[in-house]
Design a protein around this ligand. Structure first.
Ligand SMILES: [Zn+2]
Length: 117
């Protein structure tokens, strides 16, 4: 259990879960194919980025639904609330993109799909 938490935490910090030193991203939206320190491949299959996209979609939807719940508990006007939620959701999705992909790479590492060669 402790290993799982550690790997997921390192992934959220965008650090390689195998060597705990390599950076997973080389720029804002570009993930390194291999860890620059230990050389493991973060996403082996072509479609594996879709796992990160799914995590990002669920997280962003959760933020949007939580914000939409404000409409039920407050008297905020609906149109500004929708516009604010659209803006917040978009910014959140862009900010969380790297963390979601790194989290998926961490999950792949935990399941043994990402291994050192
Ligand atoms: Zn590494």
């Amino acid at each position: 259990m402790r290993r799982i938490v550690r790997v997921l935490f390192l992934s959220l910090l965008l650090v390689c879960p195998a060597c705990e030193r390599g950076r997973m991203f080389r720029s804002r939206f570009t993930m390194n194919v291999r860890c620059p320190v230990c050389g493991i491949v973060f996403e082996r299959g072509i479609g594996e980025f879709s796992g990160g996209m799914a995590i990002n979609t669920v997280a962003t939807s959760s933020v949007a639904v939580s914000g939409a719940a404000l409409a039920f508990f407050t008297n905020l006007p609906v149109l500004p609330l929708i516009l604010a939620l659209t803006l917040v959701s978009t910014v959140f999705a862009l900010w969380f993109y790297r963390h979601a992909r790194a989290l998926w790479a961490g999950i792949l590492f935990l399941t043994g799909s990402v291994q050192e060669d």
